[in-house]
Design a protein around this ligand. Structure first.
Ligand SMILES: C[S@@+](CC[C@H](N)C(=O)[O-])C[C@H]1O[C@@H](n2cnc3c(N)ncnc32)[C@H](O)[C@@H]1O
Length: 194
């Protein structure tokens, strides 16, 4: 493992230990696999946190990441991480709420990682579909969050996630699998079988 990979692994381990949100190891492994399989060059990450997954995808071979994040402290941290890993010139970090940013985005992405507030997944699905190239892959994290039961206070959230999954699976343009990694990762390939 080279120096950057070692440093990233240490940052990721610290983040996971401190419950600072970043993709779990098995989710990241699937993202990297998918990216490699479809030769993903252009990636969109909705909810980029401190940028650790974006850095991993860039070090793994993606050419460019468009990253969306609304939390001020995480934006600062993401910018520091992009600079310190030497990938800042391959990232466009869009600051603000994805609800405002996504409808204005143009272009085509090979891979989209949907990892923001789960309550918004359903709302963001049409823009994800519009922005994904044919044969591209949408990965949505935490879709099995309540597989073991829904606490009373999380019923609305569980309903939103359920509606997102239902809409995704009912869309004939997507071929969808939900993988048992992290808290459930939906992997949806647009236009072709996965
Ligand atoms: C699970 S964390 C992202 C972790 C990151 N994808 C990674 O793997 O390292 C979710 C992030 O999404 C951000 N977020 C949630 N809803 C958002 C929205 N509507 N627009 C922009 N950012 C959002 C939160 O501030 C948080 O930093």
């Amino acid at each position: 493992m080279n120096e950057k990979m070692q440093r990233l692994a240490a940052l990721r381990a610290a983040a996971l230990q401190e419950r600072d949100p970043t993709a779990s190891d098995d989710v990241l492994a699937v993202l990297l696999q998918q990216a490699e399989r479809i030769c993903a060059q252009r990636v969109l990450e909705i909810g980029t946190g401190r940028g650790l997954t974006a850095v991993a995808l860039l070090l793994g071979g993606a050419a460019h990441v468009t990253a969306i994040e609304r939390d001020g402290a995480r934006i600062v941290s993401a910018r520091e991480n992009f600079a310190s890993f030497g990938v800042a010139d391959r990232v466009r970090l869009l600051e603000g709420d994805a609800a405002d940013i996504l409808p204005c985005l143009q272009g085509e992405y090979d891979l989209i990682f949907l990892d923001c507030a789960k309550v918004q997944y359903r709302r963001f699905l049409p823009d994800c579909k519009r922005l994904l190239r044919a044969g591209g892959v949408l990965c949505a994290d935490d879709v099995s969050l309540f597989a073991d039961g829904v606490p009373k206070k999380r019923k609305m959230l569980a309903q939103h996630i359920g509606e997102f999954l239902q809409a995704l699976q009912a869309d004939a343009d997507f071929c969808v699998r939900v993988l048992p990694v992290g808290k459930g990762l939906a992997v949806a390939r647009k236009g072709e079988g996965i």
